[in-house]
Design a protein around this ligand. Structure first.
Ligand SMILES: *[C@@H]1O[C@H](CO)[C@@H](O)[C@H](O)[C@H]1NC(C)=O
Ligand SMILES: *[C@@H]1O[C@H](CO)[C@@H](O)[C@H](O)[C@H]1NC(C)=O
Ligand SMILES: *[C@@H]1O[C@H](CO)[C@@H](O)[C@H](O)[C@H]1NC(C)=O
Ligand SMILES: *[C@@H]1O[C@H](CO)[C@@H](O)[C@H](O)[C@H]1NC(C)=O
Length: 346
């Protein structure tokens, strides 16, 4: 009799727990979905239901000129850039965590989700994980989303095989490239506190990791210096791809900035760049945005013309010495890389 009673109580307890757990899971699941919808929604109608961006107006100066970035204008013209909360959908894996004996050099390559052929060509040529003259080199492709479901599936497979993808849940677009900049700094800050250097490039470039490491050894001592091709004073464009409105940015010039297609910065500068990215308005052109970040972080620039070489006629020995050559498609990349590897130069 006693035993039966005990059994009954036991069964009731088990049933109650199961019900409780199910209902918790169910509510939680719904909460999660609801949160996601609310996020997506708020990205669209940002004026009404905005997440607090935590950004504010700033008046930056380079010693000669002042650049006032008015957050009210940035919020009204580019709300998503200000408010987007970085949310990752794919992350890389490999040997690049604390276990490394060598200093780590990240090759961060902006790549459109749809550009799988380019990524594959780079993986077969210069974008390989491994040791280069005492540094551990790790390529990472920075990607976002498109409406095509198949592309994301392919990217997942790529990441499973190569572990070299960072993907966020915003859409690929020209202005959203600034989000790649901002969210990549956030990721670096939280996940790679000991990274030695980061090279930022594009997926249609020949990059020479040996020359980059050599450059770091020669010029990379300062913890507050960024390296790249310093753009001569560029007029602010009011038409076409790189235009910005006068209400957003009334000035005639930008601060000095490094050409976006290839520049190098020390891991020591990530913290201050990241902190600046949490505060200042997000500019809709990614290289100009980086210039404002570096201005706000008091970082200096070192110019080297080798960071922006366009249309260099192919010569294997020159390419062995080059840091980066722009504008090379995937087929051409595979062709020239073979020749560069084979050629003995004195
Ligand atoms: C920004 O700073 C400059 C120089 O200090 C000053 O002349 C200018 O009025 C400031 N702009 C704003 C909007 O505060
Ligand atoms: C910033 O922009 C808002 C909206 O256009 C304007 O009302 C405000 O005066 C601007 N602030 C400054 C300091 O220029
Ligand atoms: C940037 O990404 C957001 C979030 O996915 C999207 O709503 C927005 O349309 C994108 N911006 C542009 C200019 O495409
Ligand atoms: C940059 O320098 C200015 C002036 O020296 C200083 O007020 C500011 O706090 C510095 N900012 C950072 C991020 O170090």
């Amino acid at each position: 009799m006693k035993k039966q009673l005990f059994c009954m109580i036991f069964i009731v307890c088990v049933l109650t727990s199961v019900l409780l757990i199910t209902s918790i899971l169910w509510t939680h699941g719904n909460l999660v979905t609801w949160n996601k919808e609310w996020d997506a929604d708020s990205l669209q109608k940002t004026q009404i239901n905005r997440l607090p961006s935590g950004k504010e107006s700033v008046n930056l100066t380079d010693g000669v000129y002042s650049y006032y970035l008015n957050i009210t204008q940035f919020l009204s013209e580019f709300p998503v850039l200000q408010d987007y909360q970085c949310s990752l959908t794919l992350t890389p894996h490999g040997h690049f965590e604390e276990t490394l004996a060598q200093p780590l050099l990240i090759l961060a390559i902006k790549s459109h989700l749809a550009s799988g052929a380019r990524r594959n060509a780079l993986r077969q040529t210069w974008a390989r994980e491994g040791e280069v003259s005492g540094y551990w080199v790790k390529p990472i492709f920075l990607t976002a989303q498109t409406a095509k479901k198949g592309q994301t599936e392919i990217l997942k497979i790529e990441n499973r095989e190569f572990g070299d993808i960072l993907q966020w849940d915003f859409s690929e677009s020209h202005h959203n490239l600034s989000l790649k900049e901002r969210c990549f700094l956030e990721w670096l800050h939280h996940h790679l506190p000991r990274v030695a250097f980061i090279f930022k490039g594009d997926d249609d470039e020949y990059v020479n990791p040996y020359a980059v490491v050599q450059y770091i050894k020669e010029h990379g001592q300062s913890p507050i210096t960024l390296h790249g091709f310093r753009q001569p004073d560029l007029a602010v464009m009011r038409h076409r791809k790189y235009s910005v409105s006068r209400t957003l940015y009334p000035f005639h010039k930008y601060p000095q900035f490094l050409s976006g297609g290839g520049f190098l910065y020390p891991g020591c500068s990530v913290k201050s760049l990241y902190e600046a990215s949490q505060k200042i308005p997000v500019f809709p052109l990614d290289d100009v945005y980086f210039a404002f970040l570096s201005l706000a972080s008091n970082l200096t620039h070192r110019h080297d013309a080798r960071f922006r070489v366009l249309g260099l006629a192919f010569d294997a020995c020159q390419y062995q010495r080059a840091l980066v050559v722009h504008g090379i498609g995937p087929e051409r990349m595979m062709e020239i890389y073979q020749v560069i590897q084979r050629t003995q130069c004195t």
